[in-house]
Design a protein around this ligand. Structure first.
Ligand SMILES: [Zn+2]
Length: 294
């Protein structure tokens, strides 16, 4: 099975647990799901740096500890949901608790380990199931405001919500996480991906110098104070390609986390396929060819 398919299935397993538990409303409470399965959950304020939580086994009893030194409710709930992933996903208990009765996790899409990635994807499916999540979209202004309103309802972290939003929206959205001058990751919605010949912004790529984000990140105290900034920018400046289009660039500092979240959004991209006279046939062929990038 391909790694991408495994991640997709892990996400679906998270959604399936909701049907099994007959949970049909947001926010999903991972603490309550743990309690229903007699898993004891406790806060652990003194976890080693980078460790988000732990799964413990004693005989047939299970426990979850989650890092509580970062006072971010969304991240704590995600960490507990990640540990539930190890509990519910096939083969995880045997693998992560193979030699030991304690597994230490690094949740939040920072680990390259496939089991950690699967548990993260389980958490996404559990806390932000596609069906319920898509109903939340479009309640506020497109971009950061709509992502924040979904975050408030799901009680998830801003970054996890932004990634899920980009994955499920029909609008043109890019979600970029950066530290200083460097991009940590960039996730594009399907509609944003439809722009021809985009540059794929890989981990470690530089933040474009003309962007709002570059200016914002030049003063790290603004990141720390969780300030915001917004302006319009040509999508070419961020993502390359060959079709000029003005998008909104919204930037918010993530405080002590030391990172910046950038959201590019546009209602126009994806709507103007036919009024671009320069469109050559090749572009149309590309637009109508199904893409299997996920
Ligand atoms: Zn883990």
């Amino acid at each position: 099975m391909s790694p991408l398919l495994r991640l997709k299935l892990a996400k679906q397993r998270g959604e399936a647990v909701l049907s099994e538990e007959k949970i049909t409303e947001l926010a999903v409470d991972p603490f309550e799901i743990a309690a229903r399965h007699n898993i004891v959950v406790q806060a652990k304020p003194d976890t080693e740096s980078g460790v988000s939580g732990m799964l413990l086994r004693h005989g047939n009893s299970f426990g979850i500890l989650y890092a509580s030194d970062i006072p971010n409710e969304g991240f704590q709930r995600f960490s507990v949901a990640h540990e539930l992933g190890h509990y519910f996903l096939d083969g995880h208990i045997d693998h992560v608790l193979l030699n030991d009765d304690v597994h230490s996790s690094r949740a939040g899409f920072s680990s390259g380990d496939p089991y950690e990635q699967e548990a993260d994807n389980f958490a996404v499916g559990l806390l932000m199931p596609a069906k319920l999540f898509t109903r939340l979209m479009g309640r506020s202004r497109l971009g950061l405001a709509d992502i924040e309103s979904a975050r408030d309802i799901c009680k998830t972290s801003l970054t996890a919500t932004a990634i899920r939003y980009a994955e499920l929206t029909d609008d043109a959205i890019a979600v970029i996480l950066s530290t200083g001058r460097t991009i940590d990751y960039c996730i594009l919605s399907e509609t944003m991906k439809s722009l021809p010949d985009l540059t794929w912004l890989k981990r470690g790529s530089p933040v474009p110098t003309t962007s709002v984000t570059a200016q914002f990140n030049a003063d790290s105290s603004r990141v720390l104070r969780a300030e915001r900034e917004e302006n319009e920018i040509d999508v070419l400046d961020w993502l390359g390609g060959k079709r000029s289009s003005i998008v909104t660039e919204e930037v918010v500092g993530l405080g002590r986390y030391g990172k910046t979240l950038t959201v590019l959004s546009s209602r126009k991209i994806g709507q103007d396929v036919y009024d671009d006279e320069e469109d050559d046939e090749q572009d149309l062929v590309e637009q109508w060819t199904p893409r299997f990038k996920k």
